[in-house]
Write a protein that binds this ligand. Structure first.
Ligand code: HQG
Length: 179
């Protein structure tokens, strides 16, 4: 439904980048009150029942949002450009993780490594197919294979977000291979 897509886009914008635009306050871990979100949806002339919010959160293809156990709070699982402490657990990655990008970024990536750019972390996918979908947002996808286990053993910190996306601060060129 077109409205659901617009609700999802608005949630992404408010919860990752600009809470003020929705008149919202986020706590240090990025949570906003569901009630405040319903008000923001109302102000944006979008469907604003609690059920509308739940439907969009549950229908998100990438599990972008998380509702607190008591149902009163909502946050984006990752992708922020504003400062939030996401407190995802440190985890030991599998041997390889994947990153989907496009040809025009390759030269920079292979010389300076993968950088978070506008986000807080480099986002890595658990499988090639997911990486392909991520890369395809920008054009013909190029898949990079990351030697994640080797990096982890060398002390690099990896965190696993609730939706299966792996987060880290930087991937050096030495551990990137183009597939
Ligand atoms: C590239 C979406 C030049 C990087 C997706 C990427 C994902 C460099 C772009 C999630 C570089 C950043 C994240 C360097 C990295 N020089 N370019 N040194 N290092 N890049 O969107 O990984 O729909 O911030 O390859 O599905 O594409 O938002 O990161 O192309 O899960 O929920 O710089 O966002 O999910 O782009 O995507 P992004 P991403 P959502």
């Amino acid at each position: 439904m077109a409205d659901d897509r617009q609700i999802s886009k608005s949630l992404s914008y408010w919860l990752r980048h600009n809470p003020t635009a929705g008149n919202l306050t986020l706590d240090p871990s990025g949570w906003a009150e569901c009630v405040a979100i319903l008000d923001a949806l109302f102000a944006a002339k979008l469907p604003h029942e609690h059920s509308d919010l739940l439907r969009v959160v549950e229908g998100s293809d990438k599990n972008r949002f998380e509702i607190s156990a008591d149902g009163s709070l909502i946050r984006a699982r990752q992708g922020h450009s504003i400062a939030v402490d996401l407190d995802w657990p440190r985890a030991t990655p599998p041997e390889f993780l994947f990153h989907g990008t496009v040809e025009r970024f390759l030269q920079a990536i292979l010389s300076e490594g993968l950088k978070p750019m506008a986000r807080h972390h480099v986002h890595l996918s658990p499988d090639e197919n997911t990486a392909k979908i991520v890369g395809a947002r920008r054009g013909k996808p190029v898949i990079l294979r990351i030697a994640a286990d080797a990096l982890s053993q060398a002390g690099k910190e990896f965190r696993l977000a609730g939706n299966g996306v792996w987060l880290t601060d930087h991937v050096p060129p030495s551990h990137i291979e183009r597939l």
